[in-house]
Design a protein around this ligand. Structure first.
Ligand code: ISJ
Length: 104
């Protein structure tokens, strides 16, 4: 069966919906970047504090509590909890590398 060509109205409406979604995605990406920037400011301060007081760069108990909490939040937010876990783990590993550099 051949498809009938879509009317100009339908095509224009689809283009408009796509534009709106992409504008929302761009705003949310900006929120993510600024949020991560703020988070890294705090973790850098924690890294300096740990270096000054000779504390270990990583804290596995704290990480386990954060991951459990984030997975609950992810469920509430309709986000894959496994994705949320992997994402937080990725960020924490980067933070721990920064903390190790503070201690060198
Ligand atoms: C920021 C800290 O250092 C590390 C990084 C963490 C993080 O990025 O959330 C959590 C625990 C630590 O392994 C901390 O101890 O609070």
């Amino acid at each position: 069966m051949t498809q009938s060509p879509q009317s100009t109205d339908v095509v224009e409406r689809a283009a408009e919906v796509l534009r709106e979604h992409r504008a929302s995605i761009d705003r949310l990406d900006a929120i993510l970047v600024y949020t991560l920037g703020e988070r890294f400011k705090h973790t850098q301060a924690v890294g300096r504090l740990k270096a000054q007081h000779d504390l270990p760069p990583s804290d596995p108990d704290r990480e386990a509590r954060q991951i459990a909490r984030l997975q609950e939040l992810a469920q509430d937010a309709d986000l894959d909890p496994e994705f949320a876990r992997a994402f937080l783990q990725f960020i924490i590993q980067e933070v721990i590398q920064h903390h190790k550099k503070h201690q060198q």
